[in-house]
Ligand binder design. Sequence first.
Ligand code: ATP
Ligand code: MG
Length: 567
Amino acid sequence: MTDSNNRNFVSEIIDEHNESGRFEGRVHTRFPPEPNGYLHIGHAKSICLNFDIAAQYGGLCNLRFDDTNPAKEEQEYIDAITEDVRWLGYDWGDRLYFASDYFDRLYDMAVELIRIGRAYVDELSTDEIREYRGTLTSPGVESPYRDRPIAENLALFEKMRDGGFNEGEAVLRAKIDMKSGNINLRDPVMYRILDARHPRTGDKWKIYPMYDFAHGQSDSIEEITHSICTLEYEDHRPLYDWYLDNIEIFHPQQIEFARLNLSHTVLSKRKLIRLVQEGHVRGWDDPRMPTISGLRRRGYTPAAIRDFCDEIGVGKVKGVVALHKLEYHIRQDLNRRANRVMAVINPLKVVITNYPDDLVEEMEAVNNPEDESAGTRLTPFSKVLYIEGDDFMEDPPRKFFRLAPGREVRLRYAYFITCNEVIKDDSGAITELRCTYDPATRGGAAPDDRRVKATLHWVSAAHAVKAEARLYDTLFSVEYPERDSERDFTEFINPDSMKVVDPIYVEPHLRDAQIGDRFQFERLAYFVVDEDSKPEKLVFNRTVALRDQWRKHQNKAGKKRKQRRKR
Ligand code: ATP
Ligand code: MG
């Protein structure tokens, strides 16, 4: 999908295979989600990698659900994941698969391993199995059931399948090596009994394969050539190899890469589920969530996410990517595609004292300076306006160039105005500015070489549409919410991660905006129309702020001050 032909260590491995003829030049990958939660931006990295690299080599990429644990998996997740992958722009053709499609074959493979003396039914309890497994520094201990005769194992495995045991009473284990330095090889469990209805196979099975017993063989069944996964599975590779070699079936090449970690958020489904279930967010698709559905609702585009994945690349080194990198790509993309509109979030009333009471002028405004085909629109101007409260200071510091008493500024697409009077209420709060306009500056250009230092956005008070704005900040107030082992990550949730402003005032033509429409509110931020919008009231999510010139200036000034102090 991305047009870059990014070279990375994975493509180097594929090139080697193509040279040696290992897979006869075939490249067939898959994206293998477990349907136990919604996809997040980390999954997007894996999706882009798998689909893009297959496309680069003229190969194929499957979508396969590794649905081996019915206790945690749900149809809702299957549907959401399918939608998200498609939304990202990827197409698996008719190759949508489920590990559960292979349950019969996996069962036969397990029987095969029992037959050749490489698997046995163990009746130790779950706790005993854990104890016997040993630790990183001490070897494991063999189960007393390990050397059962093959016939007995076959009969007991059948009994497991037929419901002759309760959950936890028996498991099928591979007979490998209880002293292996790799704990995954210490007679791992292949099958366990689960009293759960499977979203796809219903009540057919009482036993379910472990992920590790299903994953490698599912890849093999689909004749995947390059089985790309994250680094945590490096230690599982010897086990997958062992299964494939002992069952003697097609052997894909597993390749591990470093998973994406992102600052100011968490990317583990276990933790994301907690955020949802404990009510820290409004759901999986809350715009503060790092899920694909959350990013979509936040206003992110598939292209921005793909560009981000492309930029961060694929490697073997673990690290945390700064959130601003993701924000950079959505800004880039929306700059190209979002129409500009004027909206006032913190309204300050302006009365143009010399403007006729009943006059309304339609001012021509450019929809997108980056895209001429977006055209222009007409927007009404009248005597009473709202401007942004932050664009006025009664007693401005030296570098504040916007409106102030006695100062002239440009109202975008309209006129130059000069502030003559500041009206306040009893508490001293500013309630209104009285200004005059210069009719000779219509369209925002002076007939002489008169200059103004600021151009402000505005809306006509009588015409503007009221709406709700949801202003988001990072969900966590620290960069690495998982780093403190003493404290739960939820303790670092940012209490100000969502601020609702109601009403804001937007240009009248936005009345017709549709859910999902994206805009740049000039000089403020990019916004998207949220699905909570009603015919009588629009709701806008702030996708990402524009860079704020004033704050940038303050930061610069701050830095200079610091430098001076240092000297
Ligand atoms: P989590 O730890 O969030 O539960 P998971 O690995 O259990 O993730 P799966 O549904 O098994 O979730 O993941 C599907 C694919 O996506 C796997 O190949 C996995 O390696 C990959 N993946 C998951 N998280 C990331 C990540 N943060 N960065 C890159 N790839 C990821
Ligand atoms: Mg997983």
